[in-house]
Ligand binder design. Structure first.
Ligand code: F6P
Length: 359
């Protein structure tokens, strides 16, 4: 049996731990009857045939390693079916199908997030046996309660907010910590609550800058000069939320500040006269070792993949639902985003503590 394996899209903690779990459990179960083909740099490697046979040792000693030993790349789904001159009119999809055939792959194991899943579904629709694992620090994949990488990123972003607390307290300053997540706010919400932020702004709940200022001024009046705002990089104002996509893009294109946090800092400083600083941990949130939770989750996901290969159950993503690892059909999840619902339990918990969601 020949298994191809690749990691695609933005990296996150736990990719190597997941690769290890899949490959080790395959070798334990099938011994010499399984061959592993590592595909380099995500779908790019499958398109260009950058594929090599790998052994047990390649996947040993990588449990705690950040990043992905296979490399990764972003290959937009919308470009997959475009005929290309460099392929003599064939598409990237054609090339991927050709390489699956050339290497006689019985199954393709794909570790990825949202974009990756659309292409995985496309491959599955075109006759490839596919099983996927949900990875992303954003936790925005439909169909699973949890993606791996998320908890590790929450830990990092929370540590940043924790550290900011002491300096914000010494100086009596307002701090904005900008957390990753362009479209969804799970990471900001979890890190904001865990780090004790006073205001949490996420893309799903457009903010009102005057309401935020009111919260900060009231805190100051009550003797709390320090305030911490956890702001998702994709946060937007209520005025921006009313714009069309085109208008929004145009407005952001002429924005003077490098990110939404800096703009917000200027707006708050102008209105309140308070001293504000911005901290952006950025890709730091995606680096380093997976936390124990992610090591455990990837081990559960990876070994479940082997079980599914043994049962020839293809066309599924392994998902966590109600703390059970279950298969979810790719057609149910491809192209869907799991966003934060404004009345979800976590938001209610934040509000119950008096945390402002900026509205
Ligand atoms: O999807 C994961 C993520 O880290 C998002 O939170 C972030 O908006 C984006 O990727 C950053 O992408 P890139 O690594 O391509 O800059």
């Amino acid at each position: 049996m020949k298994i191809g394996i690749l990691t695609s899209g933005g990296d996150c903690q736990g990719l190597n731990s997941a690769l290890r779990a899949v490959v080790k459990s395959l070798f334990f179960r099938f011994g010499e009857n399984v061959e592993i083909y590592g595909i380099r740099d995500g779908y790019r490697g499958l398109i260009y045939g950058n594929i090599e046979k790998m052994g047990w040792n390649d996947f040993s000693g990588i449990l705690t390693l950040g990043g992905t030993i296979l490399g990764t790349s972003r290959q937009p789904f919308k470009t997959m079916c475009t005929p290309l001159e460099e392929f003599k009119g064939k598409t990237r999809l054609d090339k991927m199908l050709e390489n699956c055939k050339k290497y006689k792959l019985d199954c393709l194991v794909i570790l990825g997030g949202n974009g990756t899943h659309k292409t995985a579904h496309l491959l599955s629709q075109n006759g490839i046996n596919v099983i996927t694992l949900p990875k992303t620090i954003d936790n925005d994949l439909w169909g699973t309660d949890m993606t791996f990488g998320f908890q590790s990123a929450v830990d990092i972003a929370t540590n940043v907010i924790d550290s900011i607390h002491s300096t914000a307290s010494s100086h009596g300053r307002v701090f904005i910590v900008e957390v990753m997540g362009h479209k969804v706010g799970w990471l900001t919400l979890y890190a904001g609550i865990s780090g004790g932020a006073d205001v949490i702004l996420i893309p799903e709940i457009p903010y009102d800058v005057d309401k935020i200022c009111k919260v900060l001024q009231e805190r100051k009046k009550n003797g709390k000069a320090l305030s911490i705002l956890a702001v998702a990089e994709g946060a937007l104002s209520k005025e921006e939320a009313k714009m069309s996509k085109k208008e929004f893009r145009a407005a952001r294109a002429v924005m003077q500040e490098p990110s939404i946090s800096y703009r917000l800092a200027n707006e708050i400083a102008e209105r309140t006269g308070q001293e504000i600083r911005v901290t952006i941990p950025g890709h730091f949130q995606r680096g380093g070792s997976p936390c124990a939770y992610d090591r455990m989750l990837t081990t559960r996901f990876g070994t479940a993949v082997t079980e599914m290969i043994a049962n020839k159950e293809y066309g599924y993503m392994v998902a966590l639902r109600n703390n059970q690892v279950v298969p979810v059909p790719l057609e149910e999840i491809a192209g869907k985003l799991k966003i934060v619902s404004p009345d979800c339990e976590e938001i209610r918990a934040a509000k119950a503590l008096g945390i402002s969601m900026g509205i």
